[in-house]
Structures are given as C-alpha cells and as structure tokens.
Design a binder for this molecule. Structure first.
Ligand code: UDP
Length: 149
C-alpha cells in the first residue's frame, strides 16, 4: 500500500491543530501507521530540506522548523501522496483553497502548518529520514471493506 510522510510543523503544534488535522486524514479513510512528537535535530532538518539549502528562505525555514516540537506521521492508503497533498493545499496559504488545511488554518508561506511528501519517491526518502522500520506498524482498519472496492 502507498505511504506518505506528513509532519505538523511547530506552528500547528503550538496552535493546537494536531487533533483537527489528524481527524481530517482519519475521516478520509487513510490509515495512521506511525506517529511521534519530536524536536528535530539540525542534521535531520538539513537532510529533509536539502533541496532548499541554498534558497534565500532557508535560514528562516530552518529556525522555524527547529522552534518547537513537530508531530511526525506516516500515513497509508491508496494514492495517499496525491490525496494528502490536495488536502494540505498550495504551499502559499494565500493561494490555498478553503477546505484545505493551509487554506483553512494559515496566512503566510513560511508558517504553513504542515509538510507532506510530494511524490512516492520523496515519501520513501522522507520516511527513511525520520522513522526506523520498527517504528512503522501494520494493521487492518475495520472499515477497510467499506473504503476499498
Ligand atoms: N518556504 C518558505 N518560503 C518560500 C517557499 C517555501 O518559507 O518562498 C517554506 C514553507 O514552509 C514550505 C517549505 O519551505 O512549506 C518547503 O517548500 P516547498 O516548496 O517544498 O513547499 P511544500 O512542499 O511544503 O508545499
């Protein structure tokens, strides 16, 4: 089954949005298979955002991500990467549609509440950066026979 890495960033944790956000993905029918609170060490932030390390916004991004604990998750489900990216909305909350997480809960591009992997390949890479294999569970949800045709 497809998997993705989602992370509620420090603003989402501090603003008390963890429950609301997790509930949206649960109600969609996606399956939470791993989760932890963590203050990310610098090396993991550098690795996670390596594609942005030379961008002008990187120093601000790094200090924001390290400003408090994040809530890291692995979610599973059919087409989970594209579904969660749609539910998260555009990178810039000013352009994110109402009904998306960023559209409903954020105002500015830097502090946009949540990260989600943007491809299956990125998801594999990011899950491996943040989780050990044994931290990821495997189970059946009782409602799966009413979710999958
Ligand atoms: N970001 C920023 N300024 C920018 C672009 C991005 O502060 O001009 C931050 C923002 O928090 C974003 C993250 O860097 O979520 C990673 O950017 P990316 O383009 O990968 O967007 P995402 O995949 O998170 O939508």
């Amino acid at each position: 089954m497809d998997q993705t890495f989602l992370m509620i960033k420090p603003d989402g944790v501090q603003r008390g949005l963890v429950g609301e956000i997790v509930a949206r993905f649960e109600k969609k029918g996606l399956k939470l298979v791993a989760a932890k609170f963590e203050s990310l060490p610098e090396e993991r932030v550098m690795e996670h955002y390596s594609e942005h390390k030379d961008k002008p916004f990187f120093p601000g991004l790094k200090s924001y991500i390290m400003s408090g604990p994040c809530f890291l998750m692995v979610w599973e489900g059919k087409n989970v990467v594209s579904i969660t990216r749609q539910m998260i909305g555009a990178t810039n909350p000013a352009e994110a549609l109402p009904g998306t997480i960023r559209g409903d809960f954020a105002l500015e591009i830097g502090m946009n509440v949540i990260h989600g992997s943007d491809s299956d390949e990125t998801a594999k890479r990011e899950i491996a950066i943040h989780f050990k294999k044994e931290e990821i569970t495997s189970y059946e949800r009782v409602d799966e026979k009413y979710l999958y045709e």
